[in-house]
Design a protein. Structure first.
Length: 398
């Protein structure tokens, strides 16, 4: 593959940078730099701004309401958004549910949900993992039983990001317990305000609330809240999860953002009276990780540029990228905290503090928070151990 910049891509990069600079307020950039758990108002505001700029979901096809970007253009947008500290988008809605809706949804479902995803009116969360079915997702126990033209859902989900601020949830439930476990699953959506849904917070090690338990107790959803056919849930989930591992769990913008942050720290911090960037140990560790990030970027670029990968092969590559990207992210977060020296473990600022609160050096903001939560990167999106199993089994067709 030819990795040299294309003149058209470089013009697109300049246009994206200019567009982002016009729409990114200081408040949104600060939120992006901190990378704390996003608030509902922030998610709505940023998605609305992108929608008004005509790029609510740039990578969606134009017929689906997107901008029809190529894979390379999608990657360029992510890179520029990271460099300018753009805040979170509602990944569950734009990156995960949206493509599922576009591929498997009926015309009526697309008419019902698509506009609200694009303009930020609806915030989504993902109901997949359960207490005894995380990486082994096919073992989930949440059930859905047909009843009076709809479905009655009972069960529990866990580690549900942003369920506390979401308007809608998409979830997997078992609709046929008599067949093999992968074949009996179906894909539903539910209004989070529905009777029968209870959300309980999980506070993570970084002191933030973005994870939740979600309980379904005789939740009734109508027939048209089923996406795809009954029993098609595993197929839908595999389609969604592969995209998640490449663009979600791999999270190239987060990798690029940490590289920039470490460079910023190295320009400010000192060791033995000299700038940190002159320290030999730091330079070796940082250069190796920069090289890792560039390798990940090039592999993702190869995939999104339409390389001949499909089916099982693409799933294996997605798993490999997920492993490499998350382990690199953990190493970068550790290096950033180490680079702060004694300040590293001290500055864990309050995500709720106002701009008038205690002063925190700009290059320190949010670094330790990233480090503390980075350990979860090897777990979410399917544990790295399970991804290694997928890779190992692939040559045998398992």
């Amino acid at each position: 593959m030819d990795f040299r910049p294309d003149p058209g891509d470089e013009q697109f990069r300049a246009d994206v940078r200019a567009l982002l600079e016009r729409h990114l307020t200081e408040e949104l950039m600060l939120a992006g730099k901190r990378r704390y758990a996003p608030k509902q108002a922030q998610l709505r505001a940023w998605q609305s701004a992108l929608f008004e700029a005509g790029i609510g979901a740039g990578h969606w096809a134009t017929g689906d309401g997107g901008a029809g970007w190529s894979g390379r253009q999608r990657l360029i947008f992510d890179e520029e958004a990271a460099r300018l500290h753009a805040p979170y988008i509602n990944v569950q809605g734009i990156t995960l549910f949206g493509p599922v809706l576009n591929r498997y949804g009926t015309e009526a479902q697309k008419e019902r949900f698509r506009a609200q995803v694009l303009d930020g009116r609806a915030i989504w969360c993902q109901g997949f993992s359960e207490p005894n079915a995380g990486s082994d997702l096919a073992s989930l126990r949440t059930s859905a039983v047909r009843e009076n033209g709809g479905w009655r859902i009972n069960g529990q989900k866990i580690w549900t990001s942003q369920a506390d601020i979401a308007d809608w949830i998409f979830l997997l439930a078992r609709t046929d317990p008599s067949v093999k476990k992968q074949s009996g699953l179906s894909f539903f959506v539910a209004d989070m305000r529905s009777p029968g849904i209870t959300v309980r917070p999980i506070i993570s090690i970084d002191g933030q609330h973005h994870l939740n338990e979600v309980f379904f107790e005789n939740l009734i959803v109508p027939e048209d809240n089923l996406i795809g056919a009954p029993g098609q849930g595993w197929e839908v989930a595999k389609f969604l999860l592969n995209d998640e591992r490449i663009f979600g769990s791999a999270d190239l913008p987060a990798l690029l953002g940490l590289v920039d942050r470490i460079a910023e720290i190295a320009a400010v911090e000192r060791r033995d009276g000299r700038p940190l960037y002159e320290d030999g140990e730091f330079r070796v560790r940082f250069s190796r990780l920069e090289f890792e990030v560039e390798m990940i970027r090039m592999k993702i670029l190869e995939i999104v540029s339409g390389a001949a990968l499909g089916g099982a092969r693409l799933a294996v590559v997605g798993s490999a990228i997920k492993i490499q990207a998350t382990e690199t992210y953990m190493a970068l977060a550790e290096l950033a905290t180490w680079a702060l020296g004694d300040m590293g473990p001290v500055f864990v600022p309050d995500p709720e503090r106002s701009s008038e609160g205690p002063s925190v050096p700009a290059h320190v903001e949010g670094v330790t928070t990233k480090y503390l939560y980075s350990r979860a990167a090897s777990i979410y999106g399917g544990t790295n151990e399970v991804q290694r199993d997928i890779i190992a089994k692939a040559p045998f067709g398992w």
